[in-house]
Design a protein around this ligand. Structure first.
Ligand SMILES: [Mn+2]
Length: 481
């Protein structure tokens, strides 16, 4: 056997050894300096490959169930309530005392808040993603997100389950912060109890509004204060599912003018059951009266189908979860600051995004479960009147005259219309060089039926849609491959 001559290592190898030592040093140091209060921001290196349960332990996330609730659960013989998204059902030993508590909570919250109190804040949800979404590789270095969560009157457990789901299912290197925006509420637990709770987590911030403002002003407040390069808006009553954030961030990384909209699945307000399917979801459009409608991808794409789980162009979206690059969002004017409390903001933002140089896309691999609740909050101020005011503004600002008349036909009202001052928004539209509504219809929403002399434009819209679907042989998204 011949000895190989010993040569000094090449420069390449030296550089590799140096980088290796450097990384090891950094790794040891972050561990070394890790104190309990900094625990979250130092966990990301081990995020992959550990279970959610282990992650919950590392982050010090308790299940949040109170002793009182545990006693009720024992009486009802309920264990692991809602785990894996299963429904919570009260059984026969449901007696008068529990009934009283149940009814009291329903009266306050208008959903089954007793069931909500029983479901662990760290409950597991099934990873029901399609193979395509599960195996798709995303770049490691994606822009960080500020997850903005406006909240008002939801019960403590519902909001906390949302926050825990984000902490459990978002790699730390992608989470700049969770920004809670308090839209004033009298609930006692949202005072000191909340302040105390978030102290443990340096990447949760809280902004408080000292009067009730509604979802739109609250989202604007969050948008102005977010730190991260991408803003992800969540409703307060959602839970995010495994792998939720990478597909949205990756799409925005490819194209910073994309407003990325999640596929929304349901949390049952009666049982807290999370209902999932393996379909890519539906895209969103709007009718002449400005209301949002879902539409099958199949019908929308016609004879130009795109791969099933790839991002899909969509005309509009709804608000439980969407992501947008912060600079682009600020550039196109956040939300309309004169909009009233609630309603029509998502359609307006989507139209503006398309017309002013961006795109709106459904991201089928991002799934968020959302509780569709009864409306219990005040949704409007007396002066403005809520959704109608907001719709009127949208039409006045973004529709050309030849189309505005259809909006007015579709929304005949006895009350005089009031849409406030639109000067600033028209100036913004001009400054940004936004395209016309006609352009939008021709290029983004060619399926919008144009009325001739119809009077009920909502019926007209449905009729044309059904005719169109029929022409396609009534294929649904179930057939869609
Ligand atoms: Mn909602």
């Amino acid at each position: 056997m011949k000895f190989l001559p010993i040569r000094p290592p090449s420069r390449g190898i030296l550089i590799k050894i140096f980088i290796f030592i450097f990384i090891v040093t950094i790794f040891l140091n972050t561990g070394w300096f890790m104190s309990s209060s900094r625990i979250i921001s130092n966990q990301f290196k081990s995020f992959e490959g550990i279970s959610e349960q282990e992650r919950a332990e590392r982050l010090g996330l308790d299940d949040g169930i109170t002793d009182e609730t545990r006693r009720v659960m024992q009486m009802l013989n309920i264990t692991n309530a809602g785990e894996n998204g299963a429904p919570v059902v009260f059984n026969a030993s449901y007696n008068d005392n529990i009934k009283k508590l149940d009814q009291m909570l329903r009266g306050t919250y208008k959903y089954n808040a007793l069931a909500s109190s029983m479901v662990s804040l760290n409950r597991a949800l099934p990873d029901n993603r399609s193979e395509y979404c599960k195996t798709k590789k995303y770049p490691k270095n994606l822009p960080k997100a500020s997850v903005v969560i406006p909240f008002h009157d939801d019960d403590w457990m519902l909001l906390m389950r949302n926050i825990h789901s984000v902490l459990l299912r978002t790699p730390d290197h992608l989470l700049e912060e969770i920004l809670l925006v308090f839209d004033y509420s009298n609930r006692e637990y949202y005072q000191e109890q909340l302040d105390e709770y978030i102290k443990k987590y340096p990447n949760i911030r809280l902004i408080r509004s000292h009067r009730r403002q509604g979802i739109i002003p609250t989202r604007i407040l969050g948008g102005r204060n977010a730190i991260g390069p991408v803003i992800v808006y969540l409703d307060s009553h959602v839970e995010v599912l495994p792998g939720w954030i990478e597909p949205m961030l990756s799409r925005i990384n490819e194209n910073p003018t994309v407003l990325a909209w999640a596929k929304i699945s349901g949390i049952d307000p009666e049982t807290l059951q999370v209902k999932l399917d393996k379909k890519p979801g539906k895209i969103g459009v709007f009718r002449w009266d400005m209301y949002f409608e879902f539409m099958t991808i199949r019908y929308f794409e016609g004879n130009k189908p795109t791969p099933r789980f790839e991002p899909k162009a969509t005309v509009t979206m709804i608000g439980p979860c969407f992501a947008i690059q912060k600079d682009f969002f600020h550039q196109i004017g956040l939300f309309d600051p004169d909009f009233d409390y609630w309603g029509g903001e998502d359609v307006e933002l989507a139209l503006r995004t398309w017309m002013c140089g961006g795109r709106v896309e459904l991201i089928p691999c991002t799934v968020v479960a959302h509780m569709l609740k009864q409306h219990t909050y005040t949704m409007a101020t007396k002066e403005k009147g809520g959704v109608y005011y907001n719709h009127d503004r949208t039409a006045e600002i973004w529709m050309d005259d030849e189309y505005k008349k259809h909006y007015y036909t579709a929304t005949k009202r006895t009350k005089p219309r009031n849409f406030g001052d639109i000067k600033d928004r028209l100036e913004l539209k001009k400054k940004l060089g936004c395209k016309s509504f006609k352009w939008l219809l021709e290029n983004v929403y060619p399926l919008m039926p144009i009325p001739t002399n119809e009077t009920n434009l909502t019926d007209f819209w449905y009729q044309k849609r059904d005719e169109g679907m029929k022409k396609m042989g009534n294929q649904t998204d179930d057939d869609y491959e």
